[in-house]
Ligand binder design. Structure first.
Ligand code: ADP
Length: 204
């Protein structure tokens, strides 16, 4: 382990709704000393604060549809341009389709960087559905209705899962079994990233 408080790692976490990527994402980001950049969290924060952007996206999120690529790309570019993301970041929820992959590639290339690793949390659809149903009861998220959940899972399977082929060709995808004890899953992720030579800033 290095002794520094920050390390350089540009990561993306991908997984179906209910795969636990939010929880694992925070743990990974903390260990690497990098910020989590979650598009879903940014949209929800805007909705909560009543901003113009929030008003624009409320109905879209409630339906479980994707926010237009241009709008999403803009908020991601702004966020990744902040000083705390200069040495690394963990993206959660972006990119989510092929157009967004192209957009992110161009942005990173313009800054002379690229993604180091894509963590895929592998969870079967039945397990995802069970966890989301529980989350709906616990957190009361307005897009955790049965209809919006099914729609988001369909978008994941049709648009998001295929982006893994593109990243797979680059040899940067780590497929992690996302079923089991949360700490064990975190350890699996750390082991995979370490095998790539990505060092945590904070030892576990
Ligand atoms: P989940 O993974 O459970 O769907 P997220 O928090 O990642 O939750 O996203 C919630 C919603 O925010 C999505 O259903 C979509 O409406 C919007 N959103 C998040 N990320 C993107 C993105 N990359 N492109 C378009 N819309 C997005």
């Amino acid at each position: 382990m290095t002794a520094s408080a920050h390390s350089s790692a540009r990561l993306l976490i991908v997984g179906p709704q209910g795969s636990g990527k939010g929880t694992q994402g925070v743990r990974i980001a903390e260990a690497f000393g990098i910020p989590v950049v979650s598009t879903g969290d940014m949209f929800r924060a805007n909705i909560k604060e009543g901003t113009a952007l929030g008003a624009q996206v409320t109905a879209i999120l409630d339906r479980g549809d994707l926010v237009p690529d241009e709008l999403t790309g803009e908020i991601v570019r702004d966020r990744l341009s902040q000083p705390d993301a200069a040495q690394g970041f963990l993206l959660d929820g972006y990119p989510r389709n092929a157009a967004q992959v192209t957009h992110l590639d161009a942005f990173l290339a313009a800054h002379g960087t690229a993604l180091d690793a894509v963590v895929l949390l592998d969870v079967p659809r039945e397990e995802s559905l069970a966890r989301l149903t529980l989350r709906a009861i616990e957190q009361g998220r307005s897009d955790d209705t049965a209809q919006a959940i099914a729609h988001r899972l369909d978008i994941y399977e049709n648009e998001t899962a295929p982006i893994l082929a593109a990243y797979g060709e680059r040899g940067i995808v780590d497929r992690i079994d996302g079923v089991g004890d949360f700490d064990q899953i975190t350890d699996r992720v750390f082991a995979a990233l370490e095998a790539r030579g990505l060092e945590r800033a904070v030892a576990a």
